[in-house]
Design a protein around this ligand. Sequence first.
Ligand code: SAH
Length: 236
Amino acid sequence: MKHICYIVAMQAEAQPFIEEYNMEEIPGFFAPYPFRLYQTSIGGCRLSVVLNGQQHGTDLVGCEAASITTMAALQRLTPDLVINSGTCGAFKADGAAIADVYIGNAVMFHDRRVPGDDQWGTQALGNYPLWQNSESLAAELGFKMGKVTTGSSLDMQPIDEEIIRRNGGQLKDMEAAAIAFVCSLAHVPLLLVKSVTDLCDGGEKTYDEFCRNLSAASHALRGANQRIVKHLTGKN
Ligand code: SAH
């Protein structure tokens, strides 16, 4: 593997990892877009972290930003593997706890409701392919696995919950399926690494719980990603 590219929505999610590896920012690489690039090299493997950057004074989260950032990163950096590392909501009923780290073993959208025949429903859900070695990596490194489910909102409306349950969604985020969509079009493998900031069935307000646990989940992501990078680059 010669080039691994992380796509991360929020600076806070990536910062512990960027600092751990002493990564250097390449200013203006994606100008005029606000995406930010950090790079380093590990044993002959280039490691990039691409952040969506900001608009309206906040980090760009969600599918639109994730899609265009991923497309730009694929075109400009031509990585061998994309890793989307980020936070998510999860379900107590599935045994999830705050700051647990999961590897995605499937990915779908839960808020694209397109009535019609089976093909339209299939396109709406997405169910994109992920890197074929995702499950063996998770097993070797001892990570839990789950199906990532993406939508454009932090909250979960009853219709979202219904679609998530019907389709086996477990890890609720706002970017993974959009990144998987672009990677699937370009035939670039994608690994999903998700850490839990909030419990969708925990009864607490998601935003408060997310804010309280963002730092713990981001530090858990750093530890997990260090182990993943070591595993991947050790196999060079
Ligand atoms: N208002 C927050 C915005 C963060 S949005 C802030 O300013 O800090 C939440 C981010 O974390 C998204 O990038 C999403 O991928 C992830 N996330 C964490 N928990 C989530 C949940 N329960 N549902 C959807 N996305 C979640």
